[in-house]
Design a binder for this molecule. Structure first.
Ligand SMILES: O=C(O)C1=C[C@@H](OP(=O)(O)O)[C@@H](O)[C@H](O)C1
Ligand SMILES: C=C(OP(=O)(O)O)C(=O)O
Length: 434
């Protein structure tokens, strides 16, 4: 039985004011657990995201024999190197997490035992050929459903050989899977991306004493590598902060401060777009944690104008497109989002779910082949009413924020999905609505 929860979100009608600490970055939390496990010695992680996706990674690493102690958002990982991982005696459950299944496919392909990766209904619909094919080129023995295209993925790990591979899509998950395989492979692995995807794996690898050379879109690493445990501090998740930035931009006279948010430039394309739209975003108190830029974000409500969003910027704001679409409903003019076909293979087809659900509550928005067109009407309120996250956390939170400009409350169906990346979302939204 799937537990389905309807949650009602209601804008308070008042300006949003206050200071918030965002939950830990999801991409960095996954990688901290995986690298802590394959390194030698103790790794501590401060600010680990206790969202369902990262918990899936944590449980998978435990099932592979790694000892991980938890105390709130603090982890202590007792890493024993790649050799310390052992054959799991059950299917590894990745839940709803694309990052978990793809990164672990690369890791497990080079380890000398049998393993199976499976997850929920959404994960079994997402393309896995993009990791299976290049891993097979490295000599891996792995299989997927429908001609090696979908999960479950079963793997008979073995010694691999390096490849020189051109990724067909700008995907950090594919790049990271191949890095995790390459780290265990003798010789030079070369990966060329068609566009720059998030580089958390490269930064984390260096924090653990590993080496990867990046020039433009080409990454080179020589294996095998020996990694050493370290202390990781996880910044707040920019993708979670995006929902609060949007809430402030939709609500006149709002002023929010979001503390210690990760500002990795491969993640913050949304800031570039918002500045073009006329938003007032200040980045203050800049620092660096384990090679990741971090700062506080100060956001004030401002009148916005429409923007064109496409090209190389898309991978840098891919997870923020649903919330950018909502922001664009409040901007003067027509916003066009293009080159975003990758959205069709996320937890849902996010082009369709964003357009259908925003339309349902009152937005003027159209679907296109590779994106969407949003007709902005500043000050025009939505009707609100029922809307469906379709089991997609980012759609659920976008709809909840839309309640800020809706007459009736927005009732989000399958709102439990929000806990995938932001379990404290509802409470923190309520905190600034008071
Ligand atoms: O590597 C990661 O942590 C992620 C990479 C992106 O996916 P792709 O690699 O499929 O673009 C992103 O959408 C996802 O939320 C997290
Ligand atoms: C696409 C996402 O995650 P994943 O691919 O890890 O499921 C996301 O968090 O928006």
């Amino acid at each position: 039985m799937i537990d389905v929860t309807d949650l009602e979100f209601k804008g308070s009608g008042k300006p949003l004011n206050g200071e918030l600490k965002m939950p830990g970055d999801k991409s960095i939390s996954h990688r901290a657990v995986i690298f802590g496990a394959i390194a030698h010695g103790v790794t501590t992680v401060e600010g680990f995201l206790r969202g369902n996706d990262c918990i899936s990674t944590l449980q998978c690493m435990r099932a592979l024999g790694v000892q991980i102690d938890e105390s709130g958002d603090h982890l202590t990982i007792n890493g024993q190197g790649f050799d310390g991982l052992s054959e799991p005696n059950r299917v590894l459950d990745v839940g709803n997490s694309g990052t978990t299944i793809r990164l672990l496919s690369g890791l497990l392909s080079a380890l000398p035992f049998y393993s199976v990766l499976a997850g929920d209904v959404s994960i079994h619909r997402r393309p896995m050929g993009r990791v299976i094919r290049p891993l097979m080129e490295m000599g891996a023995d792995l299989w997927g459903r429908s001609g090696d295209s979908y999960a479950p993925i079963s793997i008979k790990g073995r010694k691999l050989h390096p490849i020189d591979y051109h990724l067909p899509v700008a995907s950090a998950q594919v790049k990271s899977a191949l890095i995790l395989a390459g780290l265990q492979t003798e010789g030079k692995t070369t990966l060329t991306e068609p566009g720059a995807s998030r580089d958390h794996t490269e930064r984390m690898l260096r924090a653990f004493g590993g080496t990867i050379r990046t020039e433009g879109l080409v990454h080179e690493l020589v294996g095998p590598q020996y990694l050493t445990g370290t202390d990781i501090r996880v910044p707040g998740d920019f993708s979670s902060a995006a929902f609060f930035i949007a809430a402030a931009l939709l609500t006149p006279d709002s002023h929010l401060v979001l503390r210690s948010v990760g500002m990795n430039p491969t993640r913050t394309g949304m800031i570039v777009v918002l500045e073009k739209m006329g938003a007032k975003v200040s980045l203050v108190n800049k620092k660096e944690w384990n090679g990741e830029p971090v700062c506080d974000i100060v956001i004030d409500h401002a009148q916005l104008r429409a923007a064109e969003i496409g090209g190389a910027l898309i991978p840098q704001l891919i997870d923020e497109i649903p919330i950018l679409a909502l922001i664009a409903t409040e901007a003067e003019g027509t916003t066009v989002i293009r080159d975003a076909s990758e959205l069709k293979v996320k937890e849902t087809n996010r082009i369709r779910t964003t357009v259908d659900e925003l339309k349902r509550i009152g937005a003027d928005i159209e679907e296109t082949e590779d994106g969407m067109i949003i007709h902005g009407h500043p000050g025009r309120r939505f009707s609100g009413g029922p809307a469906d996250s379709s089991g997609d956390h980012r759609i659920g939170m976008m709809l909840a924020v839309a309640s800020q400009k809706s007459d009736a409350p927005v009732v989000v169906r399958q709102a439990e999905a929000i806990a995938v990346s932001f379990p404290t979302f509802r409470d923190q939204l309520a905190q600034i609505q008071r």
